[in-house]
Design a protein. Structure first.
Ligand code: T4K
Length: 373
């Protein structure tokens, strides 16, 4: 029997009544945007969870990366992984910065610090690490390289809300970190982003930039933009944060069922999360080994789609093979063999509140059958 369409990134939703009550209050108050009380509460809550001094709510993570890069004075060239959602590269390019793609460590899917140094030129001003799937970058190694070459570091932590490394929550690494609260993230604000930092000056500057550069009525001190989060988005975020433990538990249970069901499938492995760290388990990621799996990744994805399971090939084919980078840097792939290999082997499977154990087992059955075919 065919399943109803099953999407990766189906939104999780907290208590509907609590959200609607907040929306009613917002309407009664007639304060809809511009640093309203719900946004302030959301910022406080996020900062508290992550243990950081400042959490600045913004309209989405892409705009947040742009604002952070500009506030950090990044220009010229910035090194980042190619294996990320294209927004990371686009945010830099949109700011007139040239993204320079570094290869990944296939064991973690994160930027490989050993590949960074040889990409540094006199034009390099920064490094943007991405905590892919919420598994932390090698922050110490990246910091060392950055200190040696006087580069700025920020992290795209879009996947990493609620995740830790060495017992410390993501949010306080580099000069700042950017989280996404897009509809498809395990905690969503419909659309939203938060920049976290422990640097007071940087926080002040980014806050001003997010609101056109205003520092008071009729006083503009920076080149700013409108990057603000509105009150209804913050209400959704607060409501979903109240359900955070529950959502992580559902994700964890689904993840463990996937691991169990796929354990004996030749050439298919589920990526692992360090059980000693906190994780949100929002991504169930499998890798298909072309050497040992009788079917290739695309054949398995096709079989899943045929059964209405809309599995995704994130982040295929890698930013360097997408426009405008493909045309601007046609030879970038030569330095990205691990990225090309992993991008061709990954499948992301559905999870979250709308996916139960029975559905996970059915998805795994489809994978098992497609591999045997
Ligand atoms: N950096 C990284 C590392 C990121 O992963 C992202 C976002 C960003 C930066 C930028 O953050 P934001 O600026 O978005 O805050 C989706 C999301 O749109 C994107 O936010 C996310 N990464 C990326 C990993 O996934 P697409 O192109 O796959 O979106 P789409 O429209 O195909 O939606 C994904 C699936 O979710 C679909 O199968 C349908 C389902 N869906 C989607 C929405 C919006 C629903 O069921 N309901 C919904 O409301 O990028």
């Amino acid at each position: 029997m065919k399943l109803d369409p099953l999407h990766v990134g189906r939104p999780n939703v907290g208590k509907r009544g609590a959200f609607l009550a907040r929306v009613n209050e917002i309407l009664d108050r007639r304060w809809l945007s511009n640093n309203g009380p719900v946004v302030q509460e959301f910022e406080r809550k996020v900062s508290e969870i992550l243990g950081v001094k400042h959490g600045l709510a913004m309209c989405n993570a892409t705009a947040a990366i742009e604002i952070a890069a500009r506030a950090l004075g990044m220009h010229g060239e910035v090194i980042l992984p190619s294996y990320t959602f294209v927004a990371t590269a686009h945010a830099l390019q949109w700011q007139g910065i040239t993204p320079v793609f570094a290869d990944m460590d296939p064991a973690t899917h994160n930027i490989d610090p050993a590949k960074i140094e040889k990409l540094i030129t006199p034009r390099t001003t920064g490094i943007v690490g991405v905590h892919v799937w919420g598994r932390a970058c090698e922050t110490e190694a990246i910091d060392k390289i950055a200190a040696k070459h006087k580069l700025k570091v920020m992290y795209d932590a879009s996947h990493g809300f609620g995740c830790s490394t060495n017992g410390r929550m993501l949010g306080g690494f580099g000069s700042c970190e950017v989280f996404s609260f897009h509809a498809t993230k395990f905690i969503n604000c419909f659309e939203g982003g938060v920049v976290t930092t422990n640097d007071d000056d940087l926080a002040y500057q980014m806050r001003m930039m997010t609101n056109f550069g205003f520092t008071g009525y009729d006083r503009v001190e920076y080149l700013g933009i409108n990057g603000k989060m509105n009150e209804v988005c913050a209400a959704m975020g607060l409501t979903n944060l109240e359900a955070m433990d529950e959502i992580v538990e559902v994700n964890r249970r689904n993840y463990l069922t996937y691991c169990e069901e796929l354990r004996s499938v030749a050439g298919v492995s589920v990526i692992q999360y360090d059980s000693g760290e906190r994780n949100n388990y929002q991504y169930v990621v499998i890798e298909v080994d072309p050497g040992t799996c009788p079917r290739n990744r695309d054949e398995i994805v096709e079989a899943l789609h045929a059964e209405n399971v809309i599995a995704r090939k994130y982040f295929w084919p890698g930013c360097h093979r997408m426009e405008p980078y493909r045309s601007l840097q046609p030879n970038a792939g030569q330095l990205l063999p691990e990225t090309e290999m992993v991008a061709a082997s990954v499948i992301v499977l559905p999870t979250g509140q709308t996916v139960d154990e029975k559905t996970v087992k059915r998805v795994c059955e489809i994978i098992k059958t497609s591999v045997k075919r």
